[in-house]
Write a protein that binds this ligand. Sequence first.
Ligand code: 4NP
Length: 165
Amino acid sequence: MNEPSSGSATRVLFVCLGNICRSPVGEALFRHHAGGEGAAGAFEVDSAGTAAYHIGEPPDRRSAETALRRGVVVSGRARRLEADDYYEFDHIVAMDRSNLAEIKARKPADATARVHLLRSFDPAADDDADVPDPYYGGPSGFDDVHDMVERSTRALLAHLIEELS
Ligand code: 4NP
């Protein structure tokens, strides 16, 4: 987790179910892209899960290895989405529509975060497309997830940089 924001960085939280397969990849790839754009300092990035099953665990080895083969380190420990997140983050980004529904259901009435579906930014997908849960599937699911998240986080970053300018 990042330190509480002390400056004007835009804070982005990626959320899936378990916070071990998909959202840590979103966090890592968004950070990676931001670094590549020379915008690392403009963003603070984290991830969380709507469920508590895997709290404290590292990212799923399959997600981490898929990313590492492409030169991206996925790290962190799983945590659950908390009420404070709706005030501490500017953007909460759901990996699938089920996560999105859960995030919206828990959203406090006066929350300041804006909630999005990640693949609504994917130039290769419809607005309501999911990053599918790869947990019980085979290895190719993790490659697919990585590709979707790679494209979508790149486009999300471009969108947020545009908003800031
Ligand atoms: P994630 O994947 O939501 O992308 O972290 C999952 C991880 C664990 C489980 C489901 C999805 N699970 O049922 O334990």
